[in-house]
Design a protein around this ligand. Structure first.
Ligand SMILES: [Zn+2]
Length: 278
C-alpha cells in the first residue's frame, strides 16, 4: 500500500502556513498548520513529519495551541515538546488522553501515523501572542474538546475542524451535529471576517462560510426531525437524505458515516421530548 504525500506552503499577511496532503487511491486528506505572531496553531500529523519538522525549525514561535486531540492536529506535539522549549496548550478535557500514545483505528494510523504522547498545559480562556490578544472559544461538536481561536486584535478566527466544509455529508461516529450548530452560533456572535480552517485553509469571507454551514445544518435538522416524526427509522432517514456512498465510509468501517449525523440529531430530539413531557 502506497500513500502519497505532498505539501503546499503559503503566507497570508504575516501568517505562515503549510498544507500537508496524504492520498491513497481515491481518498485525499489534508491538514494545515499555521504560525502567526509567535503562535503555532496545531502541529499536523506524524505521517507528515518530514514536511512539518522543517517548518517548525524555520518559524519563530514561543507557544503552541491545539484545537483538539485528533491525531492530524496533535501528531507532532511530542516532537515539539522534545525539541523546543515552549508551552503547548490543549483543552483540559483531553489532557489525560495526550499523555498516552494515540489509540485509534488502523486506517487512521495508515493516513496520519502514530501520535506520540505529550504533556500539554490546560488551555487558558484568554492569552496573548507577541502583539495580539486572543480568545480560546470552546466549540464542541466535531470533537468534545474542540476550541477555536479568535485574534481579538485583528478579527481573524482560526476554526480548527469546526468548519471543514459547508455541506458535510458524513461525520465521525463521535461527532455531535446539534453541538456543532450551537458552536457555530457561538462563534458567529464575535466580530470577525477572515477564517483559517485546518482543512479548507484561508477563507477571506469566512464568516459567510460559517453562516452557510449553520444554515445547512439547521435545514438538515428540520428535515431529519420531520422524517423521524413521520415514523421512519434512522437508517431510512439516512438513505433518504444521504443517498450517496463515499469511499471513506467503507475504508473506515463506518467510523465515518451520514448515519452519525442523523443519530445525533434524533438523540437530541428525544432529550427535548423527555424534557417537554416532564
Ligand atoms: Zn478532527
Amino acid at each position: 500500500m502506497f500513500v502519497q504525500k505532498k505539501v503546499d506552503r503559503g503566507q497570508v499577511g504575516d501568517i505562515h502556513f503549510i498544507n500537508g496532503k496524504v492520498q491513497f487511491q481515491k481518498i485525499r486528506l489534508n491538514v494545515y498548520i499555521y504560525c502567526y505572531d509567535g503562535l503555532l496553531l496545531d502541529t499536523g500529523s506524524s505521517s507528515l513529519k518530514e514536511i512539518c519538522r522543517p517548518f517548525f525549525h524555520e518559524q519563530s514561535f514561543d507557544q503552541v495551541v491545539i484545537s483538539h486531540i485528533h491525531e492530524d492536529h496533535t501528531g507532532n506535539a511530542g516532537y515539539i515538546q522534545q525539541n523546543f522549549n515552549v508551552p503547548i496548550y490543549l483543552s483540559e478535557k483531553s489532557m489525560r488522553l495526550a499523555h498516552e500514545g494515540g489509540k485509534y483505528p488502523l486506517y487512521r494510523h495508515f493516513f496520519w501515523g502514530k501520535r506520540e504522547p505529550f504533556h500539554p498545559l490546560p488551555m487558558p480562556e484568554k492569552f496573548s501572542s507577541r502583539q495580539y490578544d486572543w480568545l480560546a472559544i470552546e466549540t464542541p461538536g466535531h470533537a468534545y474538546d474542540h476550541c477555536a481561536f479568535l485574534n481579538e486584535s485583528t478579527g481573524q478566527l482560526f476554526t480548527g475542524d469546526l468548519y471543514v466544509q459547508t455541506k458535510s455529508k458524513v461525520t465521525l461516529r463521535e461527532e455531535h451535529t446539534p453541538s456543532t450548530i450551537r458552536s457555530l452560533q457561538k462563534v458567529l456572535q464575535y466580530d470577525f471576517d477572515e477564517v483559517f480552517c485546518q482543512h479548507a485553509g484561508y477563507l477571506p469571507n469566512g464568516r459567510e462560510h460559517l453562516e452557510a454551514k449553520l444554515d445547512y445544518l439547521q435545514n438538515l435538522t428540520y428535515r431529519v426531525e420531520r422524517l423521524y416524526q413521520e415514523g421512519y427509522s434512522n437508517e431510512h432517514i439516512t438513505k433518504t437524505l444521504f443517498p450517496k456512498k463515499y469511499p471513506i465510509m467503507t475504508l473506515s468501517l463506518g467510523e465515518w458515516d451520514a448515519l452519525h449525523i442523523v443519530q445525533s440529531i434524533i438523540a437530541e430530539l428525544k432529550v427535548k421530548e423527555v424534557v417537554h413531557h416532564k
